[in-house]
Write a protein that binds this ligand. Structure first.
Ligand code: SF4
Length: 363
């Protein structure tokens, strides 16, 4: 049942069944309670490469602090990054912030309406533009993310499940099919329905075909062949955790005025520029008796095995790699700073910050 063989009646039936299923089964997510294009934009950027369960609380906090595009545009970047902490891929936050400033300056604070105009903004690609325009304004434009791609490939019986792996020809076929199936009367709901199906039933492993509303339309009815992923790499690094009694006893409620030493990553770095992290130890081989904790932290295709050693203030210079600007930060302030995900995780696990990150493992 290739694209060209789909009869209009079958397409209509597929749309009906999918939309009915979505109406009954859609998850109650905070961004689905709003038709505000700005709110949809924020949620779509957060959801790129981050799981829904992680995004929900971060989204609520972000929108509570930046309820409008203008409030985001006027905020200092460090505050935006601090609110993004735990979501990773900080470039997304920087681009969102820059685009908000651009819209505030050039569009009187109103996001453009059409997907074509949205795509002209920094940091908004085809997917995000289609999601905002279809959900907020009912534009008939299909979204294609990883979930949609998997669902469509399985419906058609196409083996390659990755647009990268399948190349440009497969990408065109998927885009064409998505456009053909899109419900012209409810494009926003239809787009969300396909994504929801991919996120909840048509899973990469063990798809729930027995309860799938599209089973009668599906060529594959199960897992399909996908290109193998490159294996994760492993790296070992070590950081110093140095805490002292602060100079100002009024710092930080309940923190006894303690301060932690943090170092700012250089602005010219391509990875996490400007974020605050723990100083790097010169010797990654931390003796067992000095080991405070070992944390596993994944960044893109690399699993970092991170050893954390407690270092006294007087030993810091001798034991760590000279880096960017260092500051003793009151613990009460550290939580609100633009910390790297790893720094936040370590401080949380050391009970120096309120619990925040639970994504990776302490070994
Ligand atoms: S029948 Fe199975 S493989 Fe096909 S779309 Fe539904 S969940 Fe996915």
């Amino acid at each position: 049942m290739e694209i060209e063989d789909r009869e209009p009646a079958k397409i209509a039936s597929l749309r009906r069944q999918l939309l009915a299923w979505y109406a009954r089964n859609r998850r109650d997510l905070p961004w689905r309670r709003s038709a505000d294009p700005y709110a949809i934009w924020v949620s779509e950027i957060m959801l790129q490469q981050t799981r829904v369960a992680v995004v929900v609380e971060r989204y609520k906090a972000f929108m509570a602090r930046f309820p409008t595009l203008l409030s985001l545009a006027l905020a200092p970047e460090q505050e935006v990054l601090a609110l993004w902490s735990g979501l990773g891929y900080y470039r997304r936050a920087r681009m969102l912030h820059k685009a908000a400033q651009y819209v505030a300056g050039h569009h009187q604070g109103n996001l453009p309406v059409s997907s074509g105009e949205l795509r002209l903004l920094p940091g908004i690609g085809a997917y995000t533009a289609a999601a905002i325009a279809s959900i907020a304004h009912g534009e008939r434009v299909a979204v294609v993310d990883g979930n949609v791609e998997r669902v469509l490939c399985r419906l058609e019986g196409w083996e390659a499940g990755s647009r990268k792996g399948g190349g440009a020809a497969l990408r065109r076929k998927i885009d064409d099919l998505a456009a053909q199936l899109l419900d012209p009367a409810q494009p926003g709901d239809f787009n969300q329905a396909v994504m929801e199906l991919g996120a909840t039933l048509c899973l990469p492993r063990n798809p729930q075909c027995l309860v799938c509303p599209l089973v009668s339309h599906c060529e594959t009815q199960g897992e399909h062949k996908t290109p193998s992923r490159p294996p994760m790499l492993s790296r070992e690094v070590a950081h110093a955790l140095s805490v002292r009694m602060g100079q100002n006893p009024e710092n930080g409620p309940g923190q006894s005025g303690r301060e932690v030493l943090l170092e700012q990553r250089a602005a010219a770095l391509t990875v996490m520029p400007g974020l605050w992290e723990l100083p790097t130890l010169l010797d990654p081989a931390v003796p067992e008796q000095e080991l405070r904790m070992t944390v596993r932290h994944a960044i893109m295709q690399v699993n970092y095995y991170v050893r954390i050693r407690t270092v006294f203030e007087d030993d810091i210079d001798a034991m760590t790699v000279p880096g960017g600007e260092r500051r003793w930060i009151p613990l009460g302030e550290a939580a609100g700073m633009a910390l790297t995900g790893l720094a936040r995780k370590v401080l949380t696990r050391a009970h120096l910050l309120a619990a925040a990150s639970r994504d990776d493992d302490v070994l």
